[in-house]
Structures are given as C-alpha cells and as structure tokens.
Design a protein around this ligand. Structure first.
Ligand SMILES: *Cc1c(COP(=O)(O)O)cnc(C)c1O
Length: 379
C-alpha cells in the first residue's frame, strides 16, 4: 500500500460519506425511503416525484460513492443501479449506437461475451484486446468507447489507465473503467482521466454478500445525462433497502479493505512457498507482473488472489477441505470464498484455476486453513 492511502483521511471520509446535515431528533443515516410515488401537488417539480426516477435513499448513497470516487470534486455525479451489469449496460447502451466501435477486454468479467453478442446484434462493432501490456492501444483507431477492466477478473492483469486514456482521448474515444475489484479506495479512475468509473457494488464495496448493486460515476454533462435517461427507460433501479444497506456498509469500507487486502498479501506470500501452486497472481506481490503499473495507479491491491492447482480433481478436493472458506462465486465479502473458476465454462483459465477472495477472518487462521487443505488434498 502506498503512503497516499491514508494521508488524506479517507477512513474519515468513508464513515461520514453521504450523510445529511445533522438535524435534531433525526437519525444519522435516514432509513430506506420506501416510496413508489411522492406527494406531488400542482406542478411537477422538486427532487422526488416517482420512484423509478429518483429516491432519497439513492441520493444519499450516490453522494457517498461520489465522495469516494472523486473526493473534492463537485462536477461529478453518481447514479446507482440494480446491479453491476445494470450499470455496465447503462453506459454501453446509452453511449453507443449502430455503426460505432467499442473496445472490450478479452479477459474481463464473464458476462461480457454475452454483452458483446447483444452489442453486435444492434450493429455495433466490438473489438477485444487482453488487459495486460496495454494491448488495447493497437485496436483504438476509430473507436467510440474503450472499456477497461483493471485489475481484470479473474486473471488480475493490470493496464496503464492514464496512458490508455491519453491514447483514447487523442482519438476522440470515451473511456470507462470497471472499478469493481479495486473499489474507490483502491483506485480512482476519474482522477486517472477516465470518463466513467463503473462498478458492481455487489462485491467489496458493500462487502457482506447480501446486496446486489451497481453504480456509474462521471462528470456532469451530456454523457451522464444519457446514462440517467437509460436508467429511467430500462428501470434497472436499486431498491431503497439495498441502497440503504449499501450506504450503511460503506462506513466500514476502509476497515474492510485494509484488513482483507493485507490478508490477501499474506496469503499470496504463503501460497508462493507451495510447490503445487502455479500461476500465482496478486498485484500487491512486488514481483507480480502487474505490480509495477498497479503501484503507480492503485492505492490498494484488492482482496482477490488467483492461482492454479495441478488438476481439476485436486482443486475440487482443496475446496472441499477448506473449513473457513465457502465454495462460492463472487468476491469481496467479509467471509472468505473461493471457487474453481472453470466450472462456469466462460473464462479462459486452466481446470485447476482457483479464484480466492480473502475475507476479514484472522489472517493466521485463514492461512492455516488453506495450508491444511492443501496438505489434505494432496494426491
Ligand atoms: C461481479 C462483477 C460485475 C457484475 O456485477 P453484478 O453486480 O453481479 O451485476 C461486473 N464486473 C466485475 C469486474 C465483476 O466482478
């Protein structure tokens, strides 16, 4: 972790993010505003009219996320969505039209190939490039939008966001960054020049594995107006309860990411000593291929570690033998999870590839559990 991680008071900012001004006899964080419609006598004006357009629980959460994604900036707005995919689709489908070209990561989130097929069905040209080594540079000419996922999920490759933004903007292309894995405390894409920071709040942002949520942050203006319009048209809106739960969870974001990410490094260091582990990746490891660029643009390296065990059977026995780690998908929760990623079929990874999400358990307990499970699963 770089020194910058704590010297600007982001823990303080996280616990207070988005809170309304203190008002006598009112709660600190108002409860969820369950409302399909709001009192609206006479003219249609004021912030809250109908529940698909706006909601006070979204407003507070959007302000909170904005304070973390773009501290000190008043020209940035944030829009929350029902899920990360709702947020991703909102940017892609509101910004692109038939005849446009978009560059997607070839190694990104596993639903992107389905998104690709849908974009192509609408007459949008889709090019893909791997995340590592800034390979996107070679396919940018004529593109309208560059989509970056860094670190990529699940391979944990990293690209130079500033450099790619420079190249994309020089060609008139917009840039969106999927900031799910890093969280805004790990990386601030808008400060690196991106036009949109987009994320699934389902993962470490909310961190308890009990909420689906997504958001888009970007500079106020036409592009964000189109994203807002898309949300209204499609109606992929967050429930007030989910918005409130997410807001409540953000208060502990810094504690969770500090603990989980520190433990991820400890686990990665323990795994590198094991002969049966290959392809170990964690951007926080000083000799990881992603580390150099990650250390220039990230403040924290995430809670996901990936590695490969020799066979599918070995990986399955390992997952079975774990006691503190649930065999489950997703990542970023306070309870550790791990899965054999190939079981989904989508990602181009070996049969024994494990994506491991480090939770908030005591790191020594977690490492002991993993080492024991490795021993017990040996042939
Ligand atoms: C999970 C995930 C998504 C999708 O988010 P949902 O909330 O599940 O819709 C998008 N991008 C990345 C990198 C993810 O990990």
């Amino acid at each position: 972790m770089s020194d910058r991680a704590t010297d600007d008071g982001e823990g303080t900012r996280a616990v207070r993010a988005g809170l309304p001004d203190a008002a006598k006899n009112e709660p600190t964080l108002p409860g969820p505003a369950f409302a399909a419609h709001f009192h609206l006598p006479g003219e249609v004006d004021g912030p809250y009219t109908y529940g698909r357009d706006t909601n006070p629980s979204w407003s507070l959460l959007e302000r909170a996320i904005g304070e973390l994604e773009a501290p000190g900036r008043s020209d940035v707005e944030t829009l929350v969505f029902a899920s990360g995919m709702a947020a991703i689709s909102a940017v892609l489908f509101s910004q692109l039209r038939a005849g446009d070209t978009v560059v997607l990561p070839g190694d990104g989130y596993q639903v992107l190939p389905m998104v690709r097929a849908q974009l192509e069905a609408y007459g949008i040209e889709v090019r893909t490039a791997p995340t590592g080594d800034d390979a996107q540079l070679d396919v940018l000419n004529g593109a309208r939008l560059l989509w970056i996922e860094s670190p990529s999920n699940p391979g944990l490759d990293v690209c130079d966001i500033r450099r790619l933004v420079g190249a994309a903007h020089a060609r008139g292309a917009l840039v969106a960054v999927d900031n799910t894995l890093a969280t805004p405390l790990g990386q601030r894409p808008l400060e690196l020049g991106a036009d949109f920071s987009v994320a699934s709040g389902t993962k470490q942002l909310t961190g308890h594995g009990d909420v689906l949520l997504g958001y888009v942050s970007g500079r106020e203006g036409e592009a964000m107006d189109a994203v807002r319009r898309w949300r209204k048209i499609v109606g992929a809106i967050a429930g007030p309860m989910e918005a409130w739960l997410a807001h409540r969870s953000i208060a502990t974001l810094q504690m969770r990411v500090d603990r989980q990410n520190a433990s991820a490094l400890v686990l990665a260091q323990a795994l590198r000593e094991r002969p049966e582990v290959t392809g170990l990746r964690y951007p926080g490891l000083p000799d990881d291929p992603s580390h150099k660029i990650a250390s220039q643009q990230m403040r924290r390296y995430g809670c996901v570690v990936s590695f490969t065990l020799p066979t599918r059977a070995r990986a399955e026995r390992f997952l079975d033998a774990l006691r503190l780690v649930d065999d489950a998908t997703s990542f970023g929760g306070v309870r550790s999870t791990a899965e054999r990623r190939r079981r989904w079929g989508g990602d181009d990874v070996p049969e024994g590839f494990i994506r491991f999400s480090v939770g908030a358990e005591d790191p020594e307990d977690l490492v002991a559990d993993v080492l024991r499970a490795l021993d017990e699963s040996a042939d």
